[in-house]
Design a binder for this molecule. Structure first.
Ligand code: PLP
Length: 394
C-alpha cells in the first residue's frame, strides 16, 4: 500500500460520483434507472461554437497559448463583464483556466496559508471545502437555513469572522439551492467584508440560468471597494452547455491574478487551445441559444416543481436559478421507515430506480438534490416514481 501525502488523507471523493456509479451499475444489469444527478445541461454545445472550434484547428491554432489564456479570449471576457455586469477589467485582471473548478483551486493555492480560514455557506458546492483544505486552509461553515431561503446573512458572517479569516465564498445562483442573493443582501455582506478586510470569492457560474423575475447581481458591481476585494469566478460550462470543454475564468485583483497565472504556468501551461477558440465564439457570437436553454429549464421547473412539492413529507423552496431542486425530505424518510436521508436515497435508487444526490455531501443532510437538466418525460416519470414509492411505504 503506498504511503499517501498527508494532504490527501482526508480528501473525500465526491458523493455525486458514488451514487452515479451505483446507478450505472444497475443500468448495466438492465434495470431502467432514471438519473437526476447530472450537474450539466442536457444540450449539445451550440453549433456556431462547434464550428468555431473546428475552424481554429483547421487554421492551425493547435499549439500552446499564454498561460493565462489567449488575449482574444480575455478581450471577449472583458467585453462580457462590461456588457453584463457593467464592470471594467484590464487583461491583467483576468485569468482563464481549465474550468471554473480549477480556477478556484488555483485561487485558493495562491490565497491561503496554513490555517487561514475561509467562510463557506451551508449548503455548499462539494468542492469548496476540499479545495480550501488542499490549500492548507480551514473551512468555517455558517448555515443558511430553509427559513432564510438557504442564504446566509451579513450578521452571521460578522459573527464567524476571526483574525484568521481571509475570504468568504458566495455562490449566487447557488448549487445546490438555486437561490439568489438580492442587491440589499449583497450590499450588507460587502459592508461586513470591507470592515473586516477580507476577500470575496463570488462564484457566478449559474449567472445565465435565472427564472421568474429574479435578477442576477454580482457583488463586485456594488462599489469600487467591492470590486477590489471580489474575485469573480465564471465560465462557459453551464451558460453555453460546454462542461466538457473546460473553460472558466477569474476576474479580480491584478497581483492575485499574476500569482495565479504564474502557478498555472507550472501546473497546466494553458487551458486547451481549441476550447479557448470555442469560448471566444461563445462570448462574442449570438446568445440566442443561451436564452433558449434557460427558457427550457424554466418551463420544466414550472411543471415539475408543484408535482415534487406535493409528495408527502417533501418540503421544497422554489428555486430562482441554476437547475437543481433541494427538497427537505426528512419527514418522508422518517415516515417511510428510514433512519437517515442517505438510506432513503439508497432505497429510492434500488427500489424506485431513481438516482438523486443525498444532501449530506452539501452539508445539508435532511435534503436531496434533483437536477432538472434532463428531458421533461424523464423528469415526470422520475417524480411519479418517487411519489408512488413514498405513498406506498407511508
Ligand atoms: N461552481 C459551481 C457552483 C458548480 O456547480 C460547478 C460545476 O458543477 C463549478 C463551479 C465548476 O464549473 P466548471 O465546469 O467550469 O469547472
Amino acid at each position: 500500500k503506498p504511503q499517501l501525502a498527508n494532504r490527501v488523507q482526508t480528501l473525500t471523493p465526491s458523493t455525486t460520483l458514488a451514487i452515479t456509479a451505483k446507478a450505472k451499475e444497475l443500468k448495466e444489469q438492465g434495470i431502467d434507472v432514471i438519473g437526476l444527478g447530472a450537474g450539466e445541461p442536457d444540450y449539445n454545445t451550440p453549433q456556431n461554437i462547434l464550428d468555431a472550434a473546428l475552424k481554429s484547428m483547421n487554421e492551425g491554432h493547435t499549439k500552446y497559448t499564454p498561460a493565462g489564456g489567449l488575449p482574444a479570449l480575455k478581450k471577449a471576457i472583458i467585453d462580457k463583464l462590461e456588457r453584463d455586469q457593467q464592470i471594467t477589467y484590464q487583461a491583467s485582471e483576468i485569468l482563464i483556466g481549465i474550468g471554473a473548478k480549477h480556477v478556484l483551486y488555483t485561487l485558493f493555492q495562491v490565497l491561503l496559508n496554513e490555517n487561514d480560514e475561509v467562510i463557506i455557506p451551508i449548503p455548499y458546492w462539494v468542492s469548496y471545502p476540499e479545495q480550501v483544505k488542499l490549500a492548507g486552509g480551514v473551512p468555517v461553515y455558517i448555515e443558511g437555513t430553509a427559513e432564510q431561503q438557504y442564504k446566509i446573512t451579513a450578521k452571521q458572517i460578522k459573527e464567524a469572522i476571526t483574525d484568521k479569516t481571509r475570504a468568504i465564498i458566495l455562490n449566487s445562483p447557488s448549487n445546490p439551492t438555486g437561490m439568489l442573493y438580492t442587491k440589499n443582501e449583497l450590499q450588507e455582506i460587502a459592508d461586513v467584508c470591507k470592515e473586516a478586510n477580507i476577500w470575496i470569492v463570488s462564484d457566478e457560474i449559474y449567472e445565465k440560468l435565472i427564472y421568474g423575475d429574479a435578477q442576477h447581481i454580482s457583488i463586485a458591481q456594488l462599489s469600487d471597494d467591492a470590486k477590489e476585494r471580489t474575485i469573480i469566478i465564471n465560465g462557459v460550462s453551464k451558460s453555453h452547455s460546454m462542461t466538457g470543454w473546460r473553460i472558466g475564468y477569474a476576474a479580480g485583483n491584478k497581483e492575485l491574478i499574476t500569482a495565479m497565472t504564474d502557478l498555472a504556468s507550472h501546473s497546466t501551461s494553458n487551458p486547451v487551445t481549441t476550447s479557448q477558440y470555442a469560448a471566444i465564439e461563445a462570448y462574442n457570437g449570438p446568445q440566442d441559444t443561451v436564452e433558449e436553454m434557460r427558457a427550457a429549464f424554466e418551463s420544466r421547473l414550472e411543471i415539475i416543481f408543484p408535482k415534487l412539492a406535493s409528495i408527502p413529507g417533501f418540503k421544497v423552496l422554489k428555486p430562482q436559478g441554476a437547475f437543481y431542486l433541494l427538497p427537505d425530505v426528512s419527514e418522508a424518510a422518517k415516515n417511510t421507515g428510514y433512519d437517515s436521508v442517505d438510506a432513503f436515497v439508497e432505497a429510492l435508487l434500488t427500489e424506485a430506480n431513481v438516482a438523486v444526490i443525498p444532501g449530506s455531501g452539501f452539508g445539508a443532510p435532511s435534503t436531496i438534490r434533483l437536477s432538472y437538466a434532463t428531458s421533461l418525460d424523464l423528469l415526470e416519470a422520475a417524480v411519479a416514481r418517487i411519489d408512488t414509492f413514498v405513498r406506498s411505504k407511508w
